[in-house]
Write a protein that binds this ligand. Structure first.
Ligand SMILES: Nc1ncnc2c1ncn2[C@@H]1O[C@H](COP(=O)(O)OP(=O)(O)OP(=O)(O)O)[C@@H](O)[C@H]1O
Ligand SMILES: [Mg+2]
Length: 258
């Protein structure tokens, strides 16, 4: 498990304690204990249906929107129980990027300005600065600076995904949750997103679900391996991949099942 020395160097932004989650009668997460560390990338890996997306959705209370979902245990965000935080505020601080890029059917500029406008920012210059800064951080500005008024749906898939990341950044979040953000992209667009994730961690904390083991080992600092709703192993990525402590982890990362 994590060395004491390493834990002291990093600050948990989320602390998950003894979380059990059910969809109706079906238990999907079991006794989850986990810390998510600030300005680090944490990867969730594991076979399909093991609860990775479900846990990710817990972090910004997206499961609240699912009718038969019940959650026990505690999750704190910066030491505060997330159930005490207004969900809209929580989702501003904890943004999400999905598997399939989902730009709004409007201009590139308006996509990014949408959130800030909803928050009441009307000043044109201020909006322009937010849009520019977000696109730069998402590594997209140079490619789109001359076509900000064009419809975002005209961008390539990889560009659309970076646009969605920029849209998320425009809300000035602290955490960005990414659920298989590159699974719909070609290898070159994937590498661009991976490089981007690496550069984003100085400003943000990132949790990413991925089925791509190489991706997890390339970009994450910590990895949690899930099976059947439980975390089998959580460790620094380098150790989890080079020296897994659990036989099940070893079998999974060497492709023996899953
Ligand atoms: N809204 C829901 N209602 C009922 N069951 C659900 C719901 N969402 C997910 N599940 C079930 O919960 C389990 C965990 O699903 P989840 O989507 O978290 O898995 P996952 O690890 O993200 O899988 P994948 O790698 O395929 O995306 C699955 O058995 C799934 O069928
Ligand atoms: Mg999933």
């Amino acid at each position: 498990m994590l060395s004491k020395e390493n834990i002291q160097k990093t600050l948990p932004i989320f602390e998950i304690r003894n979380v059990n989650l059910n969809y109706g009668e079906k238990q999907v997460l079991k006794n989850i204990d986990l810390n998510i560390y600030k300005n680090k990338v944490t990867a969730f890996i594991g076979p399909s249906g093991c609860g990775k997306s479900t846990l990710l959705r817990c972090f910004n209370r997206m499961n609240d929107l699912i009718e038969n979902c019940t959650i026990e245990g505690t999750i704190t965000y910066k030491k505060e129980d997330i159930n005490q935080i207004n969900p809209i505020d929580l989702r501003t601080k904890v943004g999400m990027v999905f598997q399939n890029p989902n730009p709004f059917p409007m201009s590139i500029f308006d996509n990014i300005a949408y959130g800030p406008r909803c928050q009441g920012i009307k000043n044109k210059e201020k909006l322009r600065l937010i849009v520019e800064d977000s696109l730069k951080k998402a590594g997209l500005f140079e490619e789109v600076k001359d076509r900000l008024k064009d419809n975002a749906l005209g961008l390539s898939g990889g560009q659309q995904q970076r646009l969605c990341i920029a849209r998320c950044i425009a809300m000035a979040p602290e955490v960005i949750l990414m659920d298989e953000p590159t699974s719909a992209l070609d290898p070159i667009a994937t590498i661009k997103i991976e490089e981007l994730i690496n550069s984003l961690k100085k400003d943000f904390t990132i949790v990413i679900v991925t089925h791509n083991m190489q991706q997890a080992s390339r970009i994450s600092d910590y990895t949690a391996f899930f099976m059947l709703g439980e975390i089998v192993e959580f460790n620094e990525t380098i150790h989890l991949f080079s020296n897994p402590l659990n036989k099940k982890t070893e079998d999974y990362i060497t492709g023996r099942f899953g």
